[in-house]
Write a protein that binds this ligand. Sequence first.
Ligand code: ISL
Ligand code: CA
Length: 557
Amino acid sequence: MQQPWWKQSIVYQIYPRSFMDSNGDGIGDLNGITSRLDYLQQLGIDVIWLSPVYQSPNADNGYDISDYEAIMREFGSMADFDRLLAAIHQRGMKLVMDLVVNHTSDEHAWFIESRSSRHHPRRDFYIWRDPVDGHEPNNWGSFFSGPAWKLDPGSGQYYLHLFAPKQPDLNWTNPQVRQAVFDMMTRWCDKGIDGFRMDVISLISKPEGLPDAPVLPGELYGTPGICANGPHVHDYLQEMRQAVLRHYDLMTVGECAGVTVGEARKYANADGSELNMVFQFEHMSLDCPEGFKWSLSPLPLVPLKENLSKWQLELDGKAWNSLYFCNHDQPRIINRLGDPSPQYRERSAKCIATCLHLMQGTPYIYQGEELGMTNFPWSSVEEFNDLESINAFNELTQKGGWDPAVIFPMIAHKSRDNARTPMQWDATPQAGFTTGTPWLPVNPNYPEINAAEQLQRPDSVYHYYQQLIRLRHDSELVKYGHYELLLAQDPDLFVYRRYLETKQLLCVCNVSRQTRQFDLPGAFKGGRVLIHNLPELAAERGQLEPYEAYVISRTGE
Ligand code: ISL
Ligand code: CA
């Protein structure tokens, strides 16, 4: 059976602000991206996902859009965009755009009109409510600290914002809102883009009556997570499929905070009625005990294996997985699951990549992940740009009773800014990202960790990713094979089998600093080693070095 291209693709996420600055203003831009396409082509990826490049006042770095049909001034022009799209297509790659339609910026024309009067025809484009007893209409908190409601003095009503006050939520119950979004999407599709990554699409349908939400431990407000997988979200996505998606050959991935496997089977149903796949969050929450994001606990391997295995098994044949450890909202994975010390940084980066890239699903690589980039050594809250980090620090120290000296390192460890420091291209000043002053500081480790160095060294993390990508492209087994976890309770080893008809492979990863004994199962003795992150060591020697990883295949009769 002919499989869709998005099941055979590896996606590379670009955070445009931090990828490549072409004009020395310290901000990455579209022409910068165009100038680096050869690098991506050489890596072997198929699809580029661009974080938002639309007009935005940048309260949340482009996730607050004031005009869906214009390019952010700092990033360039629509002509620059058209050139970028053409250059991507010329190289046989595809472009997926970020679609942020749970909310707009408060500077979007729709919101300006909506706010202008209770009687404006666009009033109902957003979610307005009267005060209750002089307070917010319910107890919901924002994902970015504080209440999820803001009083508009002009009309005496509150509007809902699940994120920052500058990100008012659209009212998806209004058919005119849906039509306006679908029309906008259609115009982008007609331009020739290849898909959408849909920002917090699981939140667009709010619970009936907007009831109070449970207050999680350590929180001050009701959880906005109550909006996940709301009553009409699947109706809206099916409507979107009919109105827009089905008319084009697209890839769609829904960012689905709060999604369960059961819900994912609806969002990403193999019948094609909604989206192609979702980003789930469960595996990225395992180092957030009781939902407390800022915890310093490491990602625990046994629950991580259990979780990823559940998704592998329960979506197989019914939906389709996305595979990711890194994006612009997540600190660098080496600092969560690997070892950033010089001794094990590269080896653990390759080991973690092996765990992920041998699973069933579409893998996502976030810029710099292919170099083994690490968290930034933050020393004060003034260095942060991200509003989530800054607001959390202020709220937790001012209202939450935290000692700044205790909470700062926790926020520094999990801050989204860790992923947003500039891409490290070479060992020249500012890592070759800009000739000016970068909007966020470059990680001081750029003389050791940078693309130029890795491109000329055959055993670099970059070349290992290149090999993993090639392995998937060349193998039906890697792309479509079924999955079985072995040694589920082992605290150090991540070992799984993939099988398809008579073919099978074993992925063996020692995700620890321990040297471990490991006997290769008999069926794989004499098998072919497809990839290995250590040179010249026999897979069959009964032992695994710290962070050693390999994949071995076998074809049965
Ligand atoms: O990182 C988070 C805070 O802990 C998440 O809650 C994050 O806000 C959530 O994953 C939604 O993310 C998306 O929508 C946000 C935007 O800030 C993120 O960058 C985006 O990926 C609002 O548009
Ligand atoms: Ca620039």
